[in-house]
Design a protein around this ligand. Sequence first.
Ligand code: NAD
Length: 502
Amino acid sequence: MSAVAAPSSPVTWHSRAAQLSIEGRAFVDGRYVGAASGATFDCVSPIDGRVLAKVASCEQADVDAAVASARRAFDKGGWSRAAPAKRKKVLQRLAELILAHQDELALLETLDMGKPIGDSLAVDIPGAARCIDWYGEAIDKVYDEIAPTGHEVLGMITREPCGVVGAVVPWNFPLLMAAWKLGPALAAGNSVVLKPSEKSPLTAIRVAQLAMEAGLPEGVLNVLPGFGNTAGQALALHMDVDVIAFTGSTRTGKRMLEYAGQSNMKRVWLECGGKSPNIVLADTRDLDRAATAAAWGIFFNQGEVCTAGSRLLVQDSIKDRVLEKVVEVGRTLQPGDPLDPATKLGAIVDTIQMDSVLRYIESGRSEGASLVLGGTRTRRDSGGYYVEPTVFDAVAPGMKIAREEIFGPVLSTLTFKDVDEAIRIANDTIYGLGAAVWTRDVTTAHRVARALRAGSVWVNCYDSGDMTVPFGGYKQSGTGRDKSLHALDKYTELKATWIDLS
Ligand code: NAD
């Protein structure tokens, strides 16, 4: 697969944006359709507050139609019973098409969600293509098992697709989070009904068409834009959906569990929020590197990252030095025009999220933390929603900004005296998604990594990831894992077949 060269000037991206034709309809049974009710909602760009498109506002009737289409396709077997090598070809073709449309998709993502165009081009779109390609490549190399039973009987253990998967995803990496569901779910032979976030539906809608072009049979992938409490809830309560694969907040994740209990006990897999600790010990070899990683670990993607290192835990003897560098790096990351390839920090996804971030900043101030960088809305003249990189010092573990997920560019700095105290503070949270420790001592590194209750632990780095490595959370950060072969567990049932040989 090869990526398409991208234009490098903001003017080019702005003129491309002006010419873009945007599809806002749902994709059901292999074609674009409006919501059954005819209802739409305005898809607003956080870059400048302008309406990008009218998007179908799907509800129960649309969910019923999409689930019925997905079930028909599943039962027909054109995908669910296709040889894995055939599914592989289609998924790899889809990955190629995503890359071939990389500029268009990156532009849609940036306009819709506000992230810098450079990030959409370098991270989101190639990451989504790589994920789809990876599962396509993998699926004809996954073997079933024969159990070591006695000679009189054959015990076969086979993985079978679950059926209809409802995928409900958030807005912070719209296409990438969708791809983390679509890759393994489709590779395993399921049909999918995807509900993107109402804040960022555009790339999912576009990719549905590319999937058809790639050769996915009608009904195998349906995309329903709409709100959580209408389309999302109807999907999660549906009696004919076998699996809900969810990424989003812990609050909504808990609802998903309730919906499953109220309906058909569908399998529910959750990838939820985080409040990840980033521990810097005084013996760290390169404090500047650790501080720079800490700054990027919170400010990348405007802080709208589930694994954002939102709690910086620094040993008290080196706190001033580390914080000085974090602030220095933060200062260089001022929000800019997301369509300028030089911009490192973009807009916050919408006014609701921006207001929530600003309220958290206010709470940090009022609870007595010390604001050492940022703290205000910026670029108001653009009409968009931007918040400065913000750093608090002297944060106590009990403060709201130390306990709750802010999901914005706000760092809370806490101090500790020794390793045991660092571990105690790090684990004192309902979340368990990511955690990091910086130290030059290999024994300490292992000891702390083992003690941290988190799905991913980084040692002397922050936020490394790869398709080969599972990603997910302990505690209220979720269940199950995205990425790697482990994700196939979410989209397959294990069947035991006994054959009497006596
Ligand atoms: P959210 O929970 O508000 O929404 C996520 C999705 O659920 C959206 O599609 C939304 O429409 C839908 N939804 C909302 N309410 C619903 C309801 N009552 N019933 C059914 N569906 C409903 O989360 P968000 O604001 O979109 O995303 C931010 C959250 O996602 C953060 O907490 C972040 O940490 C988390 N996240 C986690 C991961 C991970 O892999 N663990 C990755 C990215 C984001």
